[in-house]
Design a protein around this ligand. Sequence first.
Ligand SMILES: C[S@@+](CC[C@H](N)C(=O)[O-])C[C@H]1O[C@@H](n2cnc3c(N)ncnc32)[C@H](O)[C@@H]1O
Length: 289
Amino acid sequence: MVEEVLGGLNIRPERLYVDGTVGEGGHAEAILRRTSQRGELWGLDRNPMVLQVAAGRLAPFTSRFRLMHASFARLGELLAARTPPRTAGILLDLGLSLYLLRRSGRGFSFQEDEPLDMRLDPTAPGPTARQLLQDSSREELERIFREYGEEPQARRLARVLVEGRRRRPLATTAHLVQVVQETLGSGRRGRHHPATRVFQALRLAVNRELEELEAFLEGAPTWLEPEGRLVIISYHSLEDRMVKQRFLSWERAGLMVRLGRKPLTPTPAEVARNPRARSAKLRVAEKIS
Ligand SMILES: C[S@@+](CC[C@H](N)C(=O)[O-])C[C@H]1O[C@@H](n2cnc3c(N)ncnc32)[C@H](O)[C@@H]1O
């Protein structure tokens, strides 16, 4: 959704833009192309490996970009060292990058057989998904599957996992998929494999992703200059609901105005090119001057 992102940010060529989830730098490169020699981009990511890929991709833009190994929730602290401490636009693209899914070897995808790690930042102390599954109480696992996965059979799954881990600790994605299928069945639910919600729930819990998004949304309006734009792409209903409600409350408080009531979604042609984009929802808000 590159054109939609650029349109949403309403790029002003000489300003600072922040890509809070720079990943492998696809959107960042498109933003830099639209800015002038005086325009700047900051790219943040919790994963140090993708920052290396982004650094290679953005190298032709030399001194016009900075990459930082940091969560977007800390953007306020990073901007505080700058005068003025504000940016003309922020982008968050909240999904997983292709690198994390296919090449990180950290257990993000239930289609690969890998150790159950799921930390976006492998330098973070943990817990990993494996530790969470081994050490959490049945009640805590049930809460994780219910709140972060909206899994209707959360209690049953938590009970089965706690009984099973005494005999054989869960260490790999294939083992977890097997237990999920034995407990919840192996038939698809709508478009989704039964393990989809469980993997989402564990990833959100390991990385405290909703808490990070909440902390970001708490500060974002103060980090934007007047008429600055915020563009957020989310990939599941928990995140999209948080963004939607926060945008509405900002509008009611006279802080930001929503651009469009309904989110933008990818065209069928884009979904055909990139099936992972199928659940993307893009929302835009502008700071009131
Ligand atoms: C969908 S990818 C971004 C892809 C990017 N827009 C591109 O064009 O290549 C999402 C990225 O967000 C990162 N991420 C997730 N939560 C984060 C957070 N709280 N702070 C910074 N980066 C985060 C992930 O590590 C991942 O690299």
